[in-house]
Every structure is written in C-alpha cells, then in structure tokens.
Design a protein around this ligand. Sequence first.
Ligand SMILES: [Zn+2]
Length: 350
Amino acid sequence: MMNEGLLSFCEKLPKVELHAHLNGSISDETLLELSQASGLPEEELVELHNIVKNMKCRSLKECFKIFDIIHKVTVKPSIIRRAAMDVIKDFANDGVVYLELRSTPRRVEGSMTKKEYINAVIDSIRESRNIHPIIVKLIISIDRKAGVLEAEENLQLAIEAKEIHPDIVVGVDFSGNPAIGAFDGFIPVLEKAHKSGFPLALHCAEVPSVEETENILNLKPERLGHGTCFHPDAGGTQELWNALISAKIPVELCLTSNVMTATVKDYKNHHFDYLYKHGHPIVLGTDDKGVFSTSLSAEYCIAAKTFELNNDQLWQLSYDSINYAFASDYEKEKLREIFKEWKQKLLNTA
Ligand SMILES: [Zn+2]
C-alpha cells in the first residue's frame, strides 16, 4: 500500500522531469482516444482495450505491445499535436514545473515529414505555455537502430529547428535498443551536435558494455540516461565507476522503467542507492510514463520508500535537478524561486 501522506507530498512537490520520451509518455486514456482517429484495425483496438483494462500488473510483453500500438497510432501531425498536448497536461497535473520531452523525428510516407513531426511537437509546447504553469523544452533524439545517416539528418533538423525556436529546442539525445548499432559510428554526429551548441543527454550503460561506455564518457556528455552498468556489481568495472564519479556527469534515473524491463533486479537493487550515497548528481525521471503506468510523483514515492528518504531529502533531490536542466540561467533562477516559495509555504502551514 502506498502511504497516502507520502504520495500526497510527492504529488504536490514541484518537480523537474528530464527523461521523458514523448511517445512512451502517452497515457492509456489519450492512446484510446487517438486510436479511434488513427484507423487502427479492429483487432488491435480490442487488444489495446484489454491491456488497458488490466493495467494494474502490466507485463513486459504488454509494455512492448503498447509501444507497438503507439507507433501505429502516431502517424499524422494532428495526432502528434494532440498527443504532445495531453502528455504536457499530464505532467503539469502531476506537479511537474519543468519538463524536457525527447523524441525522434518521424517520417511516415504520405502523411508526415520529419520536419512536420518536429513542428507539431513545438506547436504543442508553445500552446501549452498559455494553459499550464510549466516550462517545456524539446530534446531531439537520435535512434541508434535507425543508423548514422538518419542520425545526421535528425541533427540537421535539430540545428534548423533551434535556429527558429532557440527557447524550445535545447538538446540532443541518443537512445534506442542498446543491443543494436555500434556506437563508434555515431561519434562524429554527436561531436558535431556539441559543436553546434547542443548539450548531450545520452542513454548509457543500460546493458554491460565497457568499451561503448568509455567512448560515451570521452564525449563529455552533459547528462547520462540510466547509467545502470557502471558499478562492478552491476556489470561495470572499477575504472568505469571511478570515471563516472570523478566526471560528476548527472545521471537520469528511471526506477520503474529499469525494474519493468529487468535491467535491474528490483527497486532495492537499483543503482540509485550507491549513486545517491556517493552524492553523485542524479535526477529521477519516468522514461515512458504511459507505457510503464507510472508518474514522476510515483517515482519519488518509490525512491522515498525504497531508500528511506524523508520529505526534506525529497525536496532537495527535486531542487538539485534544476541544476542539470538544459534551461537558461534565468529560467533556472525562476524555478529555484518557485521551489523555495513552496517550501516556505509548507513550513508556514506546519
Ligand atoms: Zn529513455
């Protein structure tokens, strides 16, 4: 049972979400709505309804099925726009005051270009500003499975989008199935991204791979996603672990995602524990809140219960996340004010 007081605290706590993939963040509710408009075959619709109905204990197989359905549904700019609007609304309703959405630009023959995809997301971000008290940014993703040519194309699109929307397009992500695509080939693209002024948020060490992890660290990325296999106890080496700790690169940690995809055994064994104890910069994220049926509040709650964090520690964890955002100094200062005011109000009513 979730402790009601703790859950309520985590929901109200102002939060910063830095690791959220747009498509995986689409809620069941939104997906059901959008699926009606997408022309999905009847049998897929029925399957989707069945999975959603039994969402309480979603299996990994069902998670992948949901990913598959999302992929089939998000095929038009109008659908992308609505999906992004709903995802931003969900995060805002969950107490997230700063959100970085990441997404791989997608081309669908005959119905959407990559540029239209990016513009649909940017439109939603702009529109959301007038509706919700949340700052939203976009990180353009490079999917390793799609290969180096697509990576170069996505970077070029990111550069062009940033020229027009420098207040929204703020970073480049490297993601996708870590078992596919040799990392070496992507190094020149990621170096170019850095030279073009993009900070990098790279998925790293999701599975044990010493050489690739070293190559990623050599790029000096601004943030790492997951960082599961650095420690010698988790498939890494002492050298990798030392390199991470001394480089102090912030790590985006997604507890539920890692447990559900079985890259860590259970919450108790999550590397949150030793990174937190080392005082290493970390930030909690949801990864794919829709697919994994979670929320950022729920992730804070799980961290609190598993690693025995009190409310002060939760506030500090959330507050420190501001440091690692790809936001302007001005925006970060504004966020810090919001956090401090919130805490003061809490103290005043106690
Ligand atoms: Zn991710």
